[in-house]
Ligand binder design. Structure first.
Ligand SMILES: *[C@@H]1O[C@H](CO)[C@@H](O)[C@H](O)[C@H]1NC(C)=O
Ligand SMILES: *[C@@H]1O[C@H](CO)[C@@H](O)[C@H](O)[C@H]1NC(C)=O
Ligand SMILES: *[C@@H]1O[C@H](CO)[C@@H](O)[C@H](O)[C@H]1NC(C)=O
Length: 272
């Protein structure tokens, strides 16, 4: 009897405090209008402030800090390819706000490459060329079987900074909550590379689309969360448990030469 009562209260707490999100609305979904007024809670921020201490260091270690050569941006005027600012703020401080600064740029490989800035929650920024179809991208989530996002919705980009901040806080909160009560997390597990054309077509389709009922499930280690990695040009998708990254990134892309100079974003700016 007592056990049952305890179980109920645990479930109740779970439902109260873990708003487990599923898919966020992608950027091309015009209906997505969760305004910034669903502001992240104070306890969320407090938890996150603790996280920040832990991860700021490893975050910086992860970033490549290789030196880049100065490459000439203005070459052949008929070249349809983009030139993009290329830097990260671990190597070069000016990368935080590169507008009107003398900074390295690069000529992109493909005609349809865009310029990007990628921001981590802890203030690391990375800039360069990006191709929606040819770059491998990752999306993570932290509820059971939440990694069902379809390949057509990848790469996943948050439409609003507020949505991204909320997502980071939510991931942090569920992660800590899971540690204290639920040890196990389960995620969809499959991998398909359509260009190699191996395996069953139906299995492949299920994996590409993320059909929950038709995919194998994997139990994760305590320090893992669910993730999806995708490369659209290859029809490549991978689903399973991931150690890294623990958070999603804030991405911006733009389609002009040297347009990727948006200022560094950090969750510190949201925590007052
Ligand atoms: C920079 O340029 C030099 C000389 O062209 C070359 O040897 C070197 O490999 C380049 N480094 C990088 C990081 O591209
Ligand atoms: C995208 O792919 C290109 C070419 O492989 C690479 O140079 C670039 O760094 C990648 N960008 C990201 C954000 O991974
Ligand atoms: C998919 O398969 C092709 C052909 O074997 C290979 O070249 C490509 O690297 C694979 N893509 C990924 C993301 O593994």
């Amino acid at each position: 009897m007592y056990r049952k009562l305890i179980l109920y209260s645990v479930l109740f707490i779970f439902m109260l405090y873990v708003k487990c999100e599923n898919k966020e609305a992608p950027i091309n979904d015009k209906e997505s209008s969760t305004e910034n007024n669903e502001s992240p809670t104070k306890s969320g921020f407090m938890q996150l402030a603790k996280d920040l201490k832990f991860y700021t260091k490893s975050d910086q270690k992860d970033s490549t800090s290789s030196r880049y050569n100065m490459t000439d941006a203005d070459g052949d005027m008929s070249d349809p390819r983009r030139s993009c600012i290329m830097c990260n703020n671990v190597a070069i401080e000016e990368c935080n706000d590169p507008r009107n600064k003398l900074i390295t740029s690069m000529m992109c490989e493909r005609d349809d490459d865009l310029c990007y800035s990628l921001h981590t929650p802890f203030g690391i920024v990375d800039r360069g060329c990006f191709n929606i179809n040819h770059n491998l991208t990752t999306y993570v989530c932290s509820c059971n079987l939440c990694n069902y996002i379809s390949i057509s919705e990848m790469p996943f980009m948050f439409a609003k900074k507020g949505d991204w901040v909320g997502n980071v806080i939510e991931l942090s909160r569920t992660k800590h909550f899971r540690k204290s009560i639920f040890k196990d997390m389960s995620c969809l597990r499959c991998e398909v590379n359509t260009t190699t054309r191996t395996g069953d077509m139906l299995d492949s389709a299920n994996c590409l689309e993320g059909n929950i009922g038709n995919l194998p499930v994997e139990d994760c280690n305590v320090d893992e969360i669910c993730g999806v990695k995708a490369l659209r040009a290859d029809g490549y998708i991978w689903r399973g448990c991931l150690k890294m990254p623990l958070y999603n990134y804030w991405w911006t892309v733009c389609d002009n030469d040297l347009c990727n100079y948006d200022k560094r974003v950090s969750l510190h700016d949201f925590i007052i």
